[in-house]
Structure formats: C-alpha cells, structure tokens
Write a new protein. Structure first.
Length: 214
C-alpha cells in the first residue's frame, strides 16, 4: 500500500496470544512507500474449510515497542507509552448468491467479545494497556465467508497521529482465493487475480473459507 505522505514509518509487530512476537520489515517495497504499521491477527483455524457449530477465535495485541524505519536504513526503537486506534476496520462477510457480499450477522453467526472494543462499531483494541482484543465467532449456517480489512486504518502513538498507515494482516499461511470466484460479479474489477494482487499489496487483506455441515 503506497503512502506518499509518510516518508518514515513506524512498523508494528504483533504479539499473539501464546505465540512469539513478530518483528519484521517488508522487503518488497521501497523505503518511504512501505505501510507504516502492520498488525497480525491470529486466527485459531486457518484452514479454508470449517463446519457448522465451529468456533473461530481472533486475537491480537500491540507490542510493547515499535521501531522507526528511517530513509537511510537505520532502525530506532520506541517504547509504546500510549496507543489509541483512530480507525481500525475489518469485517466478516457472507457470500450470498442473490445479494452478493453481505456482512455476516445473526442468525448466521454469533460474535462473542472476550476482550477489546465493540465488534459492531469497529472499535478493535482495548483502550488501556495491554492493547489487545479477543473475539469468538460461532458459525450457524453453511456457505462461503471471508474476512476483509480496510486500507485506511489509522492510530495515535504517543500523541502523534498516523492516518491511513495501518495494515491488518490475517495470520493465515495460505489462502484459497478460488472460494471467492462468485464475488467477481458483485464489484468492479474483482477478478481472482485482482484480489490476489490486492492481498499481496496489503491494500486489502482477505481470508476466505467455506463452512460446511459435518
């Protein structure tokens, strides 16, 4: 995702619940054009097939320190003293053959908040340290679902605003984009190759999967 207004960015790693901290700088973009913030969302099941009655758990946490990637390649670490989200948006969609992609809600799913903000109003992380969220989603209906994240996420770090600078990543090693083939008719230029390209560029980030009867 290009962000020409930020020449130096703050890159975030994620500390997953029960996993190790990921601290990495993207290698496939030019300095100054890298997304200034990455947040990795851990999912309890990263397979492309789930079943009615299954519970999917989402969890993420902002790390205790972040680093600035300067134009000369130096890395400077900063302690996270204050963090506040300004726009952190992701949603779960259901692919309906008649209505196209619609946000999945009751009675298709039940969303249970265990920690963090409100899923309904898109506030994601808790407002106090440690900044994290945890949700459980129970599936009640068969069909094709997919998570999609926004490209204009923003946050406030230690009193400084970074708008359109955050990328939410699904911690999914491989994705079956063929499950979204019916999405091509619901939006402009939504070919499978286009969706893959967007995902690679972190402009949008998808996690498609199928829910079946056991």
């Amino acid at each position: 995702m290009k962000n020409t207004s930020i020449l130096t960015g703050v890159l975030f790693a994620l500390i997953f619940y029960g996993t190790t901290c990921r601290e990495e700088i993207p290698t496939n973009c030019e300095i100054g054009l890298c997304p200034p913030m990455y947040i990795y969302i851990n999912v309890s099941n990263s397979n492309d097939t789930m079943y009615v009655g299954d519970t999917l758990e989402l969890s993420a946490q902002v790390p205790d320190r972040v680093y600035e990637f300067s134009t000369n390649g130096d890395t400077v670490w900063h302690e996270v003293v204050q963090f506040q989200e300004q726009a952190m948006d992701y949603a779960l969609y259901f692919l309906d053959s008649i209505n196209g992609a619609v946000k999945a809600a009751s009675p298709k799913v039940t969303i249970i908040k265990e920690e963090g903000g409100s899923y309904e109003d898109r506030s994601t992380f808790s407002s106090t340290y440690p900044y994290r969220f945890k949700y459980k989603i129970v599936f009640h209906s068969i069909g094709t679902y997919f998570f999609q994240t926004a490209y204009d996420n923003g946050y406030n770090l230690n009193g400084e605003s970074y708008m359109r600078g955050a990328v939410l990543e699904w911690n999914v090693p491989s994705k079956n984009f063929e499950l979204l083939k019916d999405l091509e008719g619901t939006c402009q230029n939504c070919t499978i190759e286009d969706l893959k390209s967007r995902d690679d560029a972190d402009f949008y980030n998808f996690f498609p999967f199928l829910v079946k009867e056991r």
